[in-house]
Ligand binder design. Structure first.
Ligand code: GDP
Ligand code: MG
Length: 176
């Protein structure tokens, strides 16, 4: 169990993006260092908590909300976003549709979240370079235009996952 009293900040972040891009696996890689593979059986898990000491020594209890599969039905209500200080907005580098939908996700997030929220855009499944459908430049350019951080990640190979969460949490807590 994590102890709320031992942290400097409690930060709610949400993970958004199309179904199948790897949101649940990014969360479990970050919080438990596990890759579940097909995570459909975890439907119903609403959020995970993870206590982390950032490179700047701030202790942060991250409360990370996952969509638990409702994204297929566009049924994420305002409660999902309420109080969120940041988002992890994910697409799959092998799926152009998932990248094209990022705009919709981030607009929805900005509408419902705390004022002045921070977001990071993640191009996940970067281990599947042979099947790439979205260039790194496309990701960078979208992120710059929308004032987001950007990284390519692999939940499978554990590439950039911790640094992605940490970068977002540093950005958020710098403004708290
Ligand atoms: P979600 O619907 O966005 O929560 O996506 P999941 O985390 O359930 O992952 C969907 C599928 O993509 C699963 O079959 C995972 O095994 C796979 N997957 C997730 N992340 C990666 C990754 O980084 N690389 C590869 N190759 N597959 C991944
Ligand atoms: Mg999921």
């Amino acid at each position: 169990m994590t102890d709320d009293a031992s942290c400097d900040f409690l930060v709610k972040i949400v993970i958004i993006g199309d179904s199948g891009v790897g949101k649940t696996n990014l969360m479990t890689r970050f919080t438990k260092n596990e890759f579940l593979g097909d995570s459909k059986s975890t439907i119903g898990v609403e959020f995970a908590r993870h206590l982390i000491t950032l490179p700047n020594n701030k202790k942060v209890l991250a409360q990370i909300w996952d969509t638990a599969g409702q994204e297929r039905f566009r049924a994420l209500g305002p409660n999902f976003y309420r109080g969120a200080k940041g988002s992890i907005c994910v697409y799959n580098i092998t799926n152009l549709d998932s990248f094209n939908n990022v705009e919709r996700w981030i607009t929805e997030f900005n509408k419902h979240a705390e004022s002045n929220p921070m977001s990071i855009l993640l191009g996940n499944k970067c281990d599947l370079e042979d099947m790439r459908a979205v260039t790194t430049a496309q990701g960078t350019s979208f992120a710059e235009k929308n004032n987001m951080l950007f990284m390519e990640t692999s939940a499978k190979q554990s590439t950039n996952v911790t640094s992605a969460f940490e970068s977002l949490l540093i950005r958020i807590t710098d403004n708290m």
